[in-house]
Design a protein. Sequence first.
Length: 191
Amino acid sequence: MAELIAIAFAAFFVENVLLTQFLGICSFIGVGKKRSSSLGMGLAVVVVIILSSVVTWLIYNFVMVPLEIEFMKTIVFILVIAALVQMIEIIIKRFSPSLYKALGIYLPLITTNCAVLGVALTNVKEGYNFSQMIVYATAIPLGYLFVMYIYAIIREKMEFSPIPKAFQGIPIAMVLAAILALIFSRFGGLA
């Protein structure tokens, strides 16, 4: 149990995909302007990472390893992720057209979000068993969601702040991301 808690803490804080691994930055900067779109994107990433981790772990351990075709993991994982994102995109479009419109191009970009593929590959590289994989695959996107939401809250507040013209837009967004990364880096000593 202590091992699973350590994996969860490290995945959420210490190895946060956005702030320490810099995976998924495109959606972070692009969608992180409003709480609602950040929450929607974060939840979509949570679902995609958990589902893709389970499916890729099962395929890897029960199909690829017995057939000795582990070298194909990257291409197989990408195909699985692409299919899952397509399904989620269809579901969001059907049940929440406003969220679908708010997420725009960033929803299909989850397919190429390095965080999703990174988690699937890490599960294999670390040799996680099923319970470890579930904990890791849940904590990583929850950390992503947490950072996305905090980032969006701060960016919404910054809309009403006097920011020098040279720092408006992407520059201040990057400065904010760097500050959050510094804050999260302090958790490294606790793991």
